[in-house]
Design a binder for this molecule. Structure first.
Ligand code: PEP
Ligand code: MG
Length: 325
């Protein structure tokens, strides 16, 4: 099936009624870039940098990180890459970086919390990303932001990193865009306060679903309760997009839900113009997108907001998808 879809890779990514939607890739390694280009992705919507820190016995130095980020940016030939700062803890650990033993690691010392605690490590990564930004179309993304204060503190370290580079006369993109992952319910609730301070939101549905529903995304016993189509999740998505629209900033979606074709009418109905997903999902989603109707989807939210269960949500979605899944 995937081979059959390969013919779609380099045709425009538009709905049947002509609205262009960017389909970007989530990557963890440089190796994946060949497939990203082969599948005609619009760029990299999420570069999970923690993999640079894994399978080794010490923290990567600035120079080493810089070379990886620069290589990714250059291989994309001007297409955008969104580089997310370190997101360890929770489900991702490092052998040489002792994380505390926690009863609830998903609610513990992880992601931006570690970066703001270990600003030495954070600043090294920011310097590497900034330096690479001179060589391509790089944007910066902070994971797991849950308060304005966290965002301000992260931006403060960014300002320090920028000033250091200026003082050292090292070139970087002064206008680099900065976004945050929306993956914690608190961020959704205060999205109106966060939006004016960033250039974009990237909705991380993997964690958002986990935190909204209080269902551990790694726990098989409760896997049946992990439900991206739960009405509470849908309302969170809608209110995030509304806050972004009010502040006139761009929103993309980068969790697994972005690669689930059943969810496509949700994004079209919210007028989301960028989805980022695993490289393997791009052509499958593109195939559905080409058959989708953007204008028709604007009516879907009236129906979705009346749904009291995910079964009802999925029924509405199938009506708008024009395709059997
Ligand atoms: C997410 O939480 O949706 C996401 C994209 O990030 P990760 O899966 O790396 O936590
Ligand atoms: Mg996440």
């Amino acid at each position: 099936m995937r081979d059959k879809l390969q013919v779609l890779a380099h045709i425009p990514t538009r709905t049947e009624d002509g609205i262009e939607i960017q389909l970007a890739a989530n990557i963890s390694t440089v190796k994946e870039l060949d497939q990203v280009m082969k599948n005609g992705a619009s760029g990299v919507g999420l570069f999970r940098t923690e993999f640079i820190y894994m399978d080794r016995d010490s923290l990567p130095l600035e120079e080493e990180q810089f070379r990886v980020y620069k290589q990714v940016a250059e291989k994309l030939h001007g297409k955008r890459v969104v580089i997310r700062t370190l997101d360890i803890g929770g489900d991702k650990s490092l052998d040489y970086f002792a994380l505390p033993d926690e009863d609830n690691p998903a609610l513990g010392y992880r992601a931006i919390r570690i970066s703001l605690d270990r600003t030495d490590l954070f600043k090294t990564q920011l310097r590497a990303i900034l330096r690479a930004s001179y060589f391509g179309n790089i944007q910066l993304l902070y994971p797991m932001i849950s308060s304005v204060e966290e965002l301000d503190r992260a931006n403060h370290v960014l300002q320090i990193a920028k000033q250091e580079l200026r003082d050292e006369q090292i070139l970087f993109n002064e206008q680099i865009e900065v976004g945050i992952m929306i993956e914690v319910p608190a961020a959704v609730v205060i999205a109106d306060l966060l939006a004016p301070k960033v250039n974009f939101f990237s909705i991380g549905t993997n964690d958002l679903v986990q935190y909204v529903l209080a269902v551990d995304r790694m726990n098989e016993t409760v896997a049946h309760l992990y439900d991206p189509f739960h009405p509470a999740v849908l309302r969170m998505l809608k209110s995030t997009v509304e806050a972004a629209k009010a502040a006139n900033i761009h929103v993309s979606v980068c969790g697994e839900m972005a690669g689930d074709i059943r969810a496509l009418p949700i994004w079209l109905g919210l007028e989301i113009k960028e989805l980022s997903m695993s490289v393997q999902s791009i052509l499958k989603v593109k195939n559905s997108l080409l058959q989708s109707h953007f204008n028709e989807s604007s009516a879907i939210w009236k129906e979705l907001l009346c749904c009291t269960s995910s079964t009802a949500v999925l029924k509405i979605l199938s009506k708008y998808l024009h395709q059997d899944v």
